[in-house]
Design a protein around this ligand. Structure first.
Ligand SMILES: CC(C)(COP(=O)(O)OP(=O)(O)OC[C@H]1O[C@@H](n2cnc3c(N)ncnc32)[C@H](O)[C@@H]1OP(=O)(O)O)[C@@H](O)C(=O)NCCC(=O)NCCS
Length: 400
């Protein structure tokens, strides 16, 4: 007989003292040996945010881990406070007993108490996170461009080397681009450190100088070597805010072709560089999804921005099995790019909180959610929902 899962067995807290921190790091090392490099605990701790470490303790021993990185995510031109969930792991001997589920539930309550209305994560398994109310909400895509396919590019903008450790130059160009997406992070220092270095290897960084002297784009990269295969440039970040900046970046990459065969970067699901590049130059190397959890329906809907080109009202009837405050009827009113939410209304659009996550980010339109079984409503109400949440397809460059 399968033992019943009892999440009440666990205590939720931050690990304390050298012994618990070491056990915490050791558990992560066992769960993610390719990602966490813990030969040097002090260096690793220096790169992490230990105040976000959370543990499930059972009978005084560490059973599970998660890490919460507080940041923000851009939706509709506004930064929505977001809790990034990472490092979800259960000790090999303690699996299958509800430790991960417990950590997911408690972290959502913690974010709610901190008035953070959404949470995001990259899932190794969908089931665990769907049980906690997360749903697919955006893309993380790796592209590859064969350097020999880049056409000859004349009339480029200037390029200048910059210090990758000084994110101030990159930040304004990054924010200008991220603001016009759905899903990109509002980066904190933790994420800029990751642009700056990968596995302790420093990036090389360059800015693209616009005709007015302003930074019109930038890129930071490390060498990418494939075992026994060709060498390339792996972009830690590639941002361009104009066609000229995109062409200039492509020209720079092409100039590196004597020792490199490709450039690899993470970009948008509908990638503008493909239009600049021309003939079949862009190849999707890999694609995965991130998931989103609406922690607080009213807070999340009011925090994001909306297109100023649409106005309207949706009468939601929402079901959430885990977070009771999200259940019931809500009226979303959108006008001039901002929303107000009030409890009540007619409940014309019935939606699971998971479906709301995919709708909220712009990942799925109401018709797709209806087909997936996460929403029901009249054709008119569904059309209104699709129109209000319509925007650039959601994506995220940062991996956490
Ligand atoms: C994935 C992992 C965290 C699950 O931990 P756990 O404590 O055994 O999970 P729980 O017992 O709390 O299970 C919660 C739910 O998730 C499901 N689940 C757990 N692991 C799963 C897996 N690998 N695949 C699919 N579903 C899984 C369970 O079936 C359960 O659902 P149920 O209650 O409907 O049966 C654990 O296997 C682990 O540490 N793996 C290695 C690291 C990893 O992959 N982490 C996830 C990174 S995003």
């Amino acid at each position: 007989m399968t033992p019943k899962k009892r999440t009440s067995f666990f205590e939720y807290r931050t690990p304390v003292g050298d012994g618990e921190i070491r056990a915490y790091a050791d558990l992560l090392d066992q769960a993610f040996p390719q990602v966490f490099q813990l030969q040097d605990l002090e260096t690793w701790l220096g790169r992490e945010e230990p105040e976000g470490f959370r543990a499930a303790i059972q009978n005084g021993r560490l059973a599970g881990t998660t890490m919460i990185v507080k940041c923000g995510q851009w939706f509709g031109g506004r930064q929505v406070p977001m809790g990034g969930i990472r490092g979800v792991a259960t000790a090999p001997h303690a699996r299958g007993k509800g430790a991960a589920r417990f950590l997911m539930e408690r972290s959502l309550h913690e974010l709610h108490d901190a008035e953070i209305p959404i949470a995001s994560l990259y899932p190794a398994t969908h089931t665990l996170y769907r049980r906690a109310g997360y749903e697919l909400a955006g893309d993380h895509i790796g592209y590859r461009i064969d350097l020999h396919r880049i056409p000859r590019i004349k009339d480029r903008l200037e390029i200048e080397p910059i210090d990758p450790a000084d994110s101030s130059i990159m930040k304004s160009a990054y924010d200008a681009r991220a603001k016009r997406t759905n899903g990109q992070l509002a980066r904190t220092g933790f994420f800029w450190l990751r642009v700056n270095e990968q596995k302790l290897k420093m990036s090389r960084a360059f800015r693209i100088v616009g005709k007015n002297g302003k930074t019109e784009g930038y890129f930071a990269f490390v060498p990418k070597e494939e075992h026994g295969g060709p060498a390339g440039l792996q972009m830690r970040d590639l941002v361009f805010n104009s066609r000229d900046a995109a062409r200039t970046a492509l020209g720079f990459f092409s100039d590196q072709r004597s020792m490199n065969e490709f450039v690899w970067f993470s970009g948008a699901p509908t990638e503008p560089i493909e239009i600049v590049l021309g003939e079949h130059g862009l190849k999707t190397d890999w694609r995965t999804h991130w998931m989103l959890r609406i922690v607080d329906v009213a807070g999340a809907l009011e925090a994001r921005g909306y297109s100023t080109g649409v106005e309207g009202e949706i009468h939601f009837d929402i079901t959430d099995d885990l977070l009771p405050w999200n259940n019931g009827r809500f009226v979303l009113h959108v006008e001039k790019g901002r929303a107000t939410v009030r409890a009540g209304g007619r409940g014309r659009l019935t939606i699971d909180v998971r479906g709301l996550a995919s709708l909220y980010s712009g990942f799925l339109a109401a018709d797709d959610l209806e087909v997936a079984g996460l929403l029901t409503g009249s054709a008119r109400e569904m059309a209104a929902a699709t129109a209000l949440f319509c925007g650039p397809r959601p994506w995220m460059v940062d991996w956490f």
